[in-house]
Design a protein around this ligand. Structure first.
Ligand code: SF4
Ligand code: ZN
Length: 403
């Protein structure tokens, strides 16, 4: 296969910075974006067909940010729907194999950049990107026999596509709700993000989604079966060493080995003691606010400064990279719904601030008596205002009664 630019894992960690940027799709400046993998019947798709619905790179202005949807349809005799999220995560990996092309994020939170150099070399259409993905899907995953890729930039078609995506993501997240860590024998690990954060290991349990927010326990299981030598693997729980922090001997062994000794103990549900590491693609951040002895939540989608005066990007820069950092935790937003969410620290009762959008999103899982006591950007923009707010609503952190 001949492509206009080079492809291979050597380009995985490559960033496309502002000065070198030709065009971007998705990202914080545009509202509508998303990606989805759907399993089809063999006769439903035409292999290697790449379709662009709406304007393509040559029709768009250099330097601009544009909305986009990516639909990857796959078929194969042995495929089943359980595998969709796993294949979907591969969009991230394979896109980053392309020289001069960068992909960040997942689901409806994606960001793609094309560099000026790549355009000079001939990466002048999304079709070329699709061609590479199509080639990698079938050559790297023999279980996939056919693949068809569609990029959607047309505003109306994109809206329809995004609403389909949201319904699918919701269904996936709901599937695992109600399952517990105690009810399964195995967790799953993922080291997919080691290309960016070489010592990072995600441990995925029924009560703790991968911190990109895209990989649930079911997805970890499907992935480790599809590709036993790949980045997903089963983790024997072993012995429960600490019930409050949730430390398992089997998890520790795996983390020690796969992080190359960087981390040897993981508390699955604590932000303070041996917290889980963070790579770089977490959907949100939980951060300790010492002034009020509470915890704040920040999401990647939140434009603006957090209550402690720093935006997501700054905080993300500090905690990413695969190290354990007490008081900071990269999280999938779905984790906020987990009954074990930071249980060692008092869980949701310890949360003092989060963006309004997130509060709305997880509304049903926040205990009623605490809901109005959690400040958003509308209630408090800085620490002084936060203290005033928490005192006024008598938030449990102010009396230390959050346990
Ligand atoms: Fe895997 Fe975790 Fe990276 Fe998601 S954030 S791809 S679960 S390592
Ligand atoms: Zn990551």
């Amino acid at each position: 296969m001949e492509f206009k630019v080079e492809i291979g894992p050597q380009f995985e960690g490559e960033r496309v910075r502002k000065d070198d940027l030709y065009i971007e799709f998705g990202g914080p400046k545009v509202r509508s974006k998303g990606e989805l993998v759907t399993v089809r019947e063999m006769d439903e798709i035409e292999h290697d067909k790449i379709t662009i619905l709406g304007p393509d790179i040559p029709d768009l202005e250099e330097g601009g940010s544009y909305q986009i949807g990516t639909l990857v349809e796959v078929a194969g005799a042995e495929l089943d729907k359980d595998m969709e999220p796993v294949f979907e995560r591969k969009i991230h990996i394979y896109s980053n194999y392309i020289e001069g092309f960068m992909h960040l994020g997942q689901r409806n939170d994606i960001w793609m950049r094309v560099s000026k150099d790549a355009v000079k070399k001939g990466l002048t259409t999304l079709k070329e990107v699709g061609k590479v993905l199509s080639y990698l899907y079938t050559s790297e995953l023999p279980i996939i026999e056919k693949v068809a890729i569609t990029y959607i930039t047309d505003p109306q078609k994109l809206e329809e596509f995004i609403s389909t995506c949201l319904a699918v993501y919701k269904e996936r997240d709901e599937r695992v709700r109600g399952m517990t860590e105690e009810s399964v024998d195995e967790f799953y690990g993922c080291t997919l993000c080691q290309s960016f954060a070489p010592t990072h290991v995600c441990i995925i349990t029924p009560e703790r989604i991968g911190l990109c927010g895209a990989i649930s326990w079911f997805d970890g299981r499907a992935a480790s079966r599809i590709d036993p030598l790949g980045p997903f693997f089963p983790v024997e729980k072993g012995e429960l060493l600490d019930e409050n922090l949730v430390v398992y001997s089997g998890v520790n062994d795996v983390v020690d080995e796969r992080s190359m000794g960087e981390s040897s103990v993981y508390s699955l549900h604590s932000i303070f003691e041996n917290p889980h590491t963070s790579c770089g693609c977490f959907e949100g951040i939980a951060f300790y606010i010492p002034e009020v002895d509470g915890i704040g939540i920040l999401s990647r989608n939140f434009n603006g400064e957090s209550v402690i005066g720093v935006p997501f990007s700054t905080m993300a820069g500090e905690l990413s990279g695969g190290k354990q950092i007490e008081g900071y935790l990269g999280i999938g937003i779905e984790y906020l719904r987990s009954p074990k969410f930071l249980q060692a620290e008092g869980g949701l009762r310890r949360i003092v601030w989060m963006p309004r959008e997130i509060k709305e999103r997880v509304k049903d899982d926040i205990p009623e008596d605490i809901f109005d006591k959690i400040a958003t950007e509308e209630d408090a923009k800085d620490i002084d205002a936060l203290i005033e707010f928490l005192n006024r609503v008598e938030h449990p952190v102010m009396s230390g009664e959050f346990a």
